[in-house]
Design a protein around this ligand. Sequence first.
Ligand SMILES: C[S@@+](CC[C@H](N)C(=O)[O-])C[C@H]1O[C@@H](n2cnc3c(N)ncnc32)[C@H](O)[C@@H]1O
Length: 313
Amino acid sequence: MFSVLYIFLVVALLFGILLFTWSRQDRRYQSNDSVASAYDDWTNDRLLERLWGDHIHLGFYENPIFEKDFRKAKVDLVHELVAWCGFDKLPKGSRILDVGCGIGGSARILARDYGFEVLGISISPAQVKRAVELTPQNLTCDFQVMDALALELDNNSFDGVWSVEAGPHMPDKQKYADELLRVLRPGGFLAVADWNSRDTLEGSMNSLEKLIVRQLLNQWAHPAFSSINGFRANLLRSSFCQGYIETADWTAATLPSWMESIWEGFRRPEAILGLGPKALFQGLREIPTILMMRWAFARGLMKFGVFRMSSCS
Ligand SMILES: C[S@@+](CC[C@H](N)C(=O)[O-])C[C@H]1O[C@@H](n2cnc3c(N)ncnc32)[C@H](O)[C@@H]1O
């Protein structure tokens, strides 16, 4: 009896130490530099790319009950967002800005399948370098290191502005909204998809929820999440807003992505093991955050919000 209790206490203690170390050794947001260096690391070690391909965003599942290849679901999310935000109405040759472009997965689809001229910008030099390496020369895509909160781009210079899952890294959501809309020409199209926290009007967060949200922020270099209504208000409040902002909640359609992102590690073990034991540890280290994300999105604490602008003209 005592030995069972003893083993239980030792296991609980070890688990506690592991959890404590994991929560302490986070990638807490400090400045843009901390976001850039987190993405530089994630890009240079190639783990994300080998596991999940060239898209660092969730997938789209029309019917979450049916299985779908994770990488196909990610490509489908791009096409669903194109259709929902009206980008498919833009003629070939239209100029698109991809804000927080990752390693260029979406930019390449926008150029290849829709004939757009795309400029992708990221705060991470390693991502920009990798995006250039992955892009065939015949695609009209360019990539630059640039801060989304201080775009070195003219007003009204793009026909479409696209930004997927970059918002949680922005410390100033109003400035982010202002910059997205400043560079968009009158009558142009906006496509934003993001992780949002629940609106506090729907109920304040209890202590467990606050703890989870704090971990979700600190583990992946996020200063803050806004709610869908909160970011919609940022867009509407912007002096550059020339239309009506519509939103939708795509949480159900994207929810399978979280578990899929873990299963991919089991389906393609060579993707991790081929990079050596350090990569295995890094992969395992992300699992608690991914599970917490899954829990938060399934419980309505987090929501996958999409935003588009209908022109008043
Ligand atoms: C989750 S990744 C999404 C990447 C890409 N949109 C995709 O869907 O594959 C977030 C992206 O936002 C970028 N980012 C974060 N903060 C930024 C900032 N202040 N300026 C520009 N890019 C930023 C990161 O470098 C990264 O490329």
